[in-house]
Design a protein around this ligand. Structure first.
Ligand SMILES: CC(C)(COP(=O)(O)OP(=O)(O)OC[C@H]1O[C@@H](n2cnc3c(N)ncnc32)[C@H](O)[C@@H]1OP(=O)(O)O)[C@@H](O)C(=O)NCCC(=O)NCCS
Length: 291
């Protein structure tokens, strides 16, 4: 039925469309289920709610069981239909990753005895970094070596599983290394299967990781995200010249993940100029994980 949404995300699963009696009741239900977590999300959420309330003639349809294999969650996607003109006038999209995650994904501790999951996670590492960081893990052997290191008992290694074709499959994973006697943890690495990106999995893995390090007494998470491919305005420039101005005015040119981390509350805390060759810096980011 529906294959793609207007934000470009793939929509799959058993789709059923149900007419709902009142858009107000529907939006109230969405608000209850989604609880926007950032100011920006809350603003958009509120704006969309207000826009919907101002169109009382619309009939709303909710689409159930999209992405999720359960009907217990209402997927916050609605299509409004102008009953007077008899045509679909608006396709609005109210959508929150928490919904998708809550019904379809679980995050587990990845240990080296889970061979299938280890292999799947290693393959994801190669594929996720291939385009912009081809030297990071060029093949399965180097990725498996990384996996072995990350599953050591003093580190954190967590995998997101989704039911794919009736069996659980790794769709992303995250690792962590303790530093400064465990007060700081380095987030390394983070990879989501390219086929599953843009579905809230990265966000869920980072949130889970934050909880894991919090439980271990950490104060801070830090990470480095290389720019080897002119993905930001911090590449191909002399960072020793006017460094902090350049950091303050950084722009994302090709989808560098620093912006993903910013959305999750991470700040740029520095940069290592020429970390990967002249003009190819490592962007350092950090977040305090206690209240
Ligand atoms: C970066 C990565 C982990 C993000 O995972 P994901 O599951 O695709 O991200 P999510 O769906 O959870 O996205 C959460 C938010 O970040 C945004 N986002 C995700 N990747 C982004 C990017 N590269 N640039 C800008 N914004 C991004 C999403 O649009 C979403 O924003 P929204 O809440 O406003 O809708 C994933 O794309 C990946 O594995 N990339 C390749 C490897 C990599 O870059 N790892 C991190 C290196 S340090």
């Amino acid at each position: 039925m529906l294959q793609r949404a207007n934000d470009g995300a793939s929509l799959t699963g058993n789709v059923s469309v149900a007419r709902i009696p009142s858009i107000r009741a529907f939006l109230a239900q969405i608000a209850e289920k989604t609880e926007p977590s950032t100011g920006e999300e809350a603003a958009t959420h509120h704006q969309k709610q207000e826009a919907a309330k101002n169109r009382p003639e619309d009939i709303a349809y909710c689409i159930k069981d999209l992405h999720c294999r359960t009907t217990s969650y209402i997927i916050p996607l609605w299509i409004s239909h102008n009953s007077l003109r008899g045509i679909v006038t608006t396709v609005a999209f109210i959508y929150h990753p928490k919904i998708r995650r809550s019904a379809a994904m679980e995050i587990i501790a990845l240990t080296s005895d889970k061979t299938d999951f280890m292999n799947q996670a290693a393959a994801i590492l190669v594929r996720a970094f291939a385009e912009n960081w081809p030297d990071a893990w060029p093949d399965l052997a180097s990725a498996l070596e990384e996996m072995e290191e990350m599953t050591a008992s003093d580190r954190i290694c967590r995998a997101a599983l989704m039911d794919v074709g009736g069996s659980p499959q790794v769709v992303g994973w995250i690792g962590g290394i303790p530093e400064y006697d465990g007060l700081v943890w380095e987030l390394h690495p983070l990879a989501v299967d390219p086929d599953f990106q843009g579905q809230g999995i990265g966000r869920a893995l980072v949130r889970d990781f934050e909880e894991q390090v919090r439980q271990r007494g950490a104060l801070t998470i830090q990470l480095g995200s290389d720019d080897q491919n002119d993905m930001t305005t911090l590449a191909s420039t002399d960072l020793y010249d006017n460094l902090w101005e350049k950091i303050a005015h950084i722009r994302n040119l090709k989808g560098h993940p620093y912006e993903f981390y910013q959305k999750l509350g991470y700040a740029i805390i520095g940069v290592i100029p020429d970390a990967n060759g002249i003009g190819k810096p490592d962007i350092l980011m950090g977040k305090r994980v206690i209240a």
